[in-house]
Every structure is written in C-alpha cells, then in structure tokens.
Design a protein around this ligand. Structure first.
Ligand SMILES: Cc1cc2nc3c(=O)[nH]c(=O)nc-3n(C[C@@H](O)[C@H](O)[C@H](O)COP(=O)(O)OP(=O)(O)OC[C@H]3O[C@@H](n4cnc5c(N)ncnc54)[C@H](O)[C@@H]3O)c2cc1C
Length: 291
C-alpha cells in the first residue's frame, strides 16, 4: 500500500519546525528516521494531512557531557550513539543495548528521539533510559517542558507528548549511572524486537553488599516496568539465589503481559525471570570489579 496524500514540509530551523507544529496541531506528524513511521503511513494506520520532516535539523544531532548530564540530541542516529566513545565511557549500559536494535541499516537511519516517541514496550532505548532514570526535553513555541522518563510512556505506542511539541533532547544525570550494569534480551532472530528485555544497574560496597540499584523490564507490560521495590530487597546485602528469586517474584507481581503471536503470557513471565536474574548477576559482577 501507499500512504494517503499529505503536504510535505522540510523545515531547516527549530523555530520553523515549532511554528509548523503550532500551525497544524493534530493534522501534522513529525518524521525523523522513518523506520517505524513509514510502515505506519504505508499501511494507512495514520493519515496525517501534513508531514514535517525534521532531518534538516542538524543542531539536534549531538552527544555531550555537561552540567552533570550526558545529553543526546533527539535526532542523533542510533548507530552514532552505538559508536560514541563518550557513551561507551560514561554510559556503557547504552552501548550494550544499542546493537540489539533492528539492523545496521535501521540504526543508521533510526533516531533516539523517534524510538522514544514511538514508545514500543519492547524497544531497547526506552528500556535503557528507564533504568537510567533519564529526562526528556519537549519544546513548543510556548514552553520547554522536562519530563522524567517514568512519566513519559503512557501505554502501548503512546507517549506523553502533545501534537505541537518536539522532543529535542534526552538527558541522563551522571548521578544516576551506577558502576555495575547489564542489558540482556531474547528475540527469535537477531534484529527482531525483543520478546523480553531487561536492563539493570547496581553498585556494591567494599564488602560486596549492594548499596543502590535499578531494574527495568521490557516486553512484559504496556510500558517499561521499573522494579524499585524488588531492588530494595537486595539493598544492604550480598545477592544470593534465594534473595534474587524473592526480588524477582516482587518485580513480576503486577506484570501483565499479553498472549500474542510471538509468545504466551506464561512464556514471557518465565523469560523475564531468567533474563532478570542474568542481568542482576552480570551487573553485580561488574559492580564488584568497579568498586
Ligand atoms: C526491520 C526493522 C527492525 C526494527 N527492530 C527494532 C528493534 O529491535 N528495536 C527497536 O527499538 N526498534 C526497532 N525498529 C524500529 C526502529 O528502527 C526505529 O528507529 C524507531 O522505532 C523510530 O525511530 P525513527 O527515528 O525511525 O522514528 P520515525 O519512524 O520517524 O517516527 C516514529 C514516531 O516518533 C515521532 N517522532 C520522531 N521524532 C520525533 C521528535 N523528535 N519529536 C516528536 N516526535 C517524534 C514520529 O512522529 C512518529 O510518531 C525496527 C525497525 C525496522 C524497520
């Protein structure tokens, strides 16, 4: 199929882009890498009257470390993030997550901002940024809004962003980055969306006791699930098999995965247990080495 007809705009400045979004509101849709939105247009699941192509906004392609944050411009390509030495040095968790996304070709086009706004519950960038407790910056002609990642994903394929807003920046507070980390996932074939994915961060003291951590699971609910209560069970202790099992029971207590074409509900939950344990143990080993 081919998309329904639309008017096409290719602004070259941020101001022009925000003006267009204000002028056309619900009628307009943004296109960035097009890796998710072009298929949606082709299948006519969305029929916007106006398409605003933001690929000329090179000012939104950057990765910097400043003011206690790693900052990523929304139009940064996923492949650029994957290869960034700054990211490898400061947030190795992200570098570990990126190669799982689609294929080299999709990562060459796909953007960080596009992946966040698309809000697929199995997507790697939303999950990695959830465990890092990142912030996103949304701009309109009227205001600049900063939203914590935990408030950004509303449900399947739905993010907390208004039609006249543009996601411009992602900020990872340096204080949220812990020394031990792991990103693991299972998919049927390389390049497929994950059936389940898990991201974890841990820090341990000199005696090997965990003193802080975070755990996030993707593919088991409509949005990434951050399991802070589960991590609390591990705080102040060295993780044993029994403690980890207890923590994971709590983490999955409210999870509500659907049966679908790819996996049954029970399979997803079992996979989540196995992968989360693997992620916690890997993050713990790394935390011990980087005490
Ligand atoms: C074969 C294939 C395999 C894939 N596998 C995976 C995978 O394993 N994991 C994964 O996470 N993804 C996967 N993807 C999707 C991924 O490649 C996309 O890059 C990502 O979901 C969307 O990014 P994009 O830049 O292409 O956004 P687009 O497709 O251009 O846009 C997606 C949505 O975001 C909105 N949008 C984009 N940028 C902004 C912005 N700055 N501000 C406001 N709204 C914006 C658009 O309006 C649209 O609603 C796959 C895609 C393909 C084709």
């Amino acid at each position: 199929m081919k998309p329904a007809p639309f008017d096409y705009y290719r602004p070259s400045t941020l101001e022009e882009t925000l003006q267009l979004l204000t002028e056309f509101e619900e009628e307009a849709k943004i296109i960035a890498g097009g890796q998710s939105f072009i298929p949606i247009l082709n299948m006519r699941l969305s029929e916007p009257g106006v398409l605003v192509d933001i690929n000329q906004l090179s000012d939104l392609e950057y990765i910097t470390v400043e003011d206690g944050y790693l900052k990523i411009g929304a139009l940064t390509r996923q492949r650029t993030l994957e290869l960034s030495s700054l990211v490898q040095q400061h947030v190795p968790l992200l570098s570990e997550a990126l190669p799982f996304i689609g294929h080299l070709q999709t990562r060459n086009r796909g953007t960080v901002g596009g992946s966040l706004v698309h809000a697929d519950p199995s997507a790697e960038i939303p999950l990695a940024l959830s465990v890092l407790n990142a912030e996103v910056v949304l701009r309109s002609t009227e205001e600049i809004r900063t939203v914590e990642i935990g408030d950004f994903f509303l449900t399947y394929l739905t993010a907390n962003i208004l039609p006249h807003e543009l996601l411009t920046e992602i900020r990872i507070p340096s204080a949220n980055i812990l020394p031990g980390y792991a990103f693991v996932e299972f998919s049927r074939r390389h390049g497929d969306f994950a059936i389940v994915a898990v991201a974890s961060q841990l820090a341990a003291d000199q005696d090997g006791r965990i003193h802080s951590g975070r755990l996030a699971l993707g593919g088991i609910d409509a949005v990434p699930v951050v399991a802070d209560d589960a991590i609390n069970i591990l705080i102040g202790r060295q993780p044993t098999d029994e403690l980890i099992n207890q923590a994971l029971e709590l983490a999955l207590e409210d999870a509500d995965p659907d049966d679908d074409l790819h996996a049954s509900r029970e399979y997803r939950l079992q996979l989540a247990r196995v992968l989360a344990k693997r992620a916690l143990l890997t993050a713990y080993e790394r935390a011990l080495k980087r005490r």
